[in-house]
Design a protein around this ligand. Structure first.
Ligand code: MV4
Length: 480
């Protein structure tokens, strides 16, 4: 591989290019008219404008991106996350044009993109799944009987959904038929596929996912888990590795299950297998994400591996340079997603110019960032500014480092989720490790950030008063 085109923007485009550079591979950025001055464009060796600001006219335009690759002589495309990263048609088109897609084959993307096909594939292996139907529900009356047998509450999920999209909780049998009808028409409208299935609703689960790597020689390994339970409306807030509640034995079991899932779809490259864990620490396979995930840095830190470098090696046909037993877990890493959103205004995107933007630095702090001072946060894309990642020998140390890093991070001009991140890191439930996916809903009220603001204002006022009184004292001393 001599030249990689990165079909993405922001922090992940820079993240991928950083490793490419380290490996001596040239880089090509693509950008929309809104990203003309973006850091990812300047970071690349070459850059090609691919259209208007809306992603449907730029970062989602398959032909334009492939043309850009041909025009610049790139031999591979890395899709990052989001945009075209889990689009089987795109990966196929990349290959048909004689380019390497740095990711899994279209078959695996397609299979895991359909939650029912995924269930079907993993059924042949011994992987725990939530009780429910494993085919699309076509007879509503029959489905109601199954739901009653499973016991309410149950969840209706769209096969083409995922990541929380197209899910519906049904509390009691009498709501079942109407909810089912709604779920089907909603799934048709959103995904063009009305297939839905039902599952027992696990009421207070943790969301734990396992990183896997598969090469083209049949080697599949896992890189342990990430705990992603701290989320708000299916948007992850803070992730960590390892999970505070896994025992070495459970870690091994979940890791092995994840490897089986990868094998069930002939996986290639880096992927993530999502599990739910109930309050008895039973785990269940949920879905597989066939991309490099936002939160991959925490796994990199505890394993000492560069996931992008491994993705590139695998795409070139190299064998994994290690076996499962060679991979070790060291220390603890946390990642906070820093968004230009206002936590006091229901996390509305906060638009404006970054009048001041200074990143924290120091040992055990990594910032994967896509912005700089003076830039405007574009309204067209996800408003994530950066990922703030910290490390410690212990979980406590990583948390303390995160609070320190949040305090060091300076942003003026837009509101950010930094104060919200600090709230999470200081919360006793988070610190204890005893929390689930309802953490934010259960414990967070915006007023809590106001109290912190008030405390800071009080402190500032007292410092000012002290300075004033000290000055007056000095003046008196001089006068006499
Ligand atoms: C569930 C569940 C409870 N029971 N399935 C949401 C994202 C998608 N990957 C699956 N999700 C869930 N599936 C059963 N049978 C609860 C969730 C869920 C959730 C999962 C992971 C992280 C955050 C979540 C927030 C709400 C619901």
């Amino acid at each position: 591989m001599n030249k990689i085109l990165v079909a993405n923007r922001g922090e992940i485009a820079i993240r991928v290019m950083r490793t490419a550079k380290k490996l001596g591979i040239k880089t090509v950025a693509v950008f929309s008219a809104a990203d003309r001055d973006a850091p990812h464009v300047r970071f690349a060796d070459q850059a090609v404008c691919i259209g208007n600001p809306p992603s449907s006219e730029s970062y989602l335009c398959m032909e334009k991106i492939i043309d850009a690759a041909k025009q610049t002589g790139a031999d591979a495309i890395h899709p990052g996350y989001g945009f075209l990263s889990e689009n089987a048609v795109f990966s196929e088109m990349v290959e048909k044009n004689g380019l390497i897609f740095i990711g899994p084959k279209p078959k695996a993307i397609r299979m895991m993109g359909s939650k029912l096909a995924a269930k079907e594939a993993v059924k042949k292996y011994n992987i725990p799944m939530v009780p429910g139907t494993d085919t699309a529900v076509d007879n509503i009356e029959e489905a109601r009987e199954i739901a009653t047998k499973i016991g309410f509450p149950i969840l209706i999920k769209a096969s083409a959904g995922g990541g929380g999209k197209g899910m519906r909780i049904v509390e009691k049998a009498s709501d079942f038929v109407s909810q089912m009808e709604r779920a089907v028409s909603e799934a048709k409208a959103s995904f063009g596929d009305g297939s839905v299935f039902i599952e027992k609703y696990v009421s207070s689960p943790r969301h734990i996912e396992v990183q896997v790597l598969a090469d083209s020689h049949g080697n599949v390994v896992h890189l342990f888990e990430r705990e992603c339970s701290v989320q708000r409306r299916h948007q992850k807030v803070l992730e960590e590795a390892p999970s505070a509640i896994l025992t070495p034995d459970l870690r091994k079991q979940m890791g092995e299950a994840a490897v089986q899932v990868a094998k069930s779809c002939d996986y290639l490259g880096a992927g993530t297998v999502e599990f739910l864990m109930d309050d008895q620490r039973n785990f269940y396979f949920l879905e597989m994400n066939t991309r490099l995930q936002v939160e991959h840095p925490v796994t990199e830190w505890i394993t000492g591996l560069d996931l992008v470098a491994l993705q590139i090696d695998i795409a070139e046909g190299k064998a994994l340079p290690f076996k499962q037993d060679d991979i070790t877990l060291n220390g603890h890493a946390l990642e906070l997603r820093v968004y230009a959103e206002d936590p006091l205004e229901n996390f509305m995107p906060s638009i404006g110019v970054l009048e001041r933007y200074k990143l924290p630095t120091g040992e055990n702090i990594r910032v994967d960032n896509g912005f700089e001072e003076g830039m405007e946060v574009p309204i067209y894309y996800d408003p994530m500014l950066s990922k703030l990642v910290t490390y410690g020998k212990t979980r406590r140390e990583a948390i303390t480092k995160m609070i320190e890093a949040i305090d060091q991070y300076e942003v003026k001009g837009v509101q950010t989720t930094l104060p919200f991140g600090k709230f999470v890191c200081e919360h006793p439930a988070f610190v204890s490790g005893n929390f689930d996916t309802h953490f934010v809903k259960k414990y967070f009220q915006p007023e809590m950030l106001l109290a912190e603001q008030e405390r800071r204002a009080q402190m500032a006022a007292q410092l000012a008063l002290k300075a004033f009184l000290d000055d007056k004292q000095i003046l008196r001393v001089h006068q006499s």
